[in-house]
Design a protein around this ligand. Structure first.
Ligand code: HEM
Length: 113
């Protein structure tokens, strides 16, 4: 039986990588192509491990509302790179938005409302 902690570890490290990618995008420290790659790989791993953990938690078929909410947040994290790249919103507003998304995703995983 696969240990759920392996999935959770990759889930959490990928979230760190995701925020690293947004930080780099805002500071424009490296080429955007690398930022997009890091952002994409992180999101992919978050998705795979998220649904992997759901399966290990015994959730099959239609995911519960909290998991659907996390999927919605996952999509918003995906779209948010466009905001960072095109400088559509001020950086403090973008940072606040990203923190709120992250807090929302963590809340949904912990409380499962
Ligand atoms: C499709 C997207 C996602 C799915 C299906 C998903 C699913 C899950 C599941 C099943 C767990 C384990 C819950 C448990 O052990 O009781 C978890 C944990 C967690 N997720 Fe996600 N997740 C997704 C995206 C995200 C995103 C985008 C973030 C934040 C940026 C995030 C943050 C967390 C955190 C912090 C935990 C650890 C909570 C704990 O300690 O149990 N997740 N997620």
């Amino acid at each position: 039986m696969l240990d759920i902690r392996i999935f959770k570890l990759i889930h959490l490290v990928s979230i760190m990588a995701l925020f690293l990618a947004f930080g780099a995008a805002m500071l424009e420290t490296i080429k955007f192509r690398w930022i997009a790659l890091l952002h994409g790989i992180a999101l992919l791993l978050i998705l795979i491990t998220g649904f992997g953990m759901l399966a290990l938690l015994g959730v099959h078929g239609q995911p519960p509302a909290w998991a659907m909410g996390k999927f919605g947040i996952w999509i918003l994290f995906g779209l948010s790179l466009v905001f960072a790249k095109r400088k559509l919103v001020p950086k403090p507003a973008l940072a606040t938005w990203l923190f709120l998304l992250g807090a929302g995703a963590a809340f949904l995983a912990l409380w499962k409302p």
